[in-house]
Design a protein around this ligand. Sequence first.
Ligand SMILES: [Zn+2]
Length: 96
Amino acid sequence: MKAAVFYGIKDVRMEEIEIPKIGSSEVLVRMKAALTCGTDRKMYLRGHPLFKPPFVFGHEFAGDIVKVGDRVKNFKEGMRVVAQILLPVIDVFTVR
Ligand SMILES: [Zn+2]
């Protein structure tokens, strides 16, 4: 899958990465749309004290659930979802 990977200030690269394995309480989302917000811009220009590069860049997206962990109760494959953009999403992966 392709992902925007942050390596440092003003250094974001589109790369092929492995599709992540999900935990029992997680879902895997195939992204259909992604946004760039003010936080992304600030992080691109200044970095972020809580995130150590390299990491997959971005946290605002919508898509379809393609895999569901064993302990997930309220989501199913095929559901359309949008990320909660008012809280930080630490592990975000994109699937193409
Ligand atoms: Zn944002």
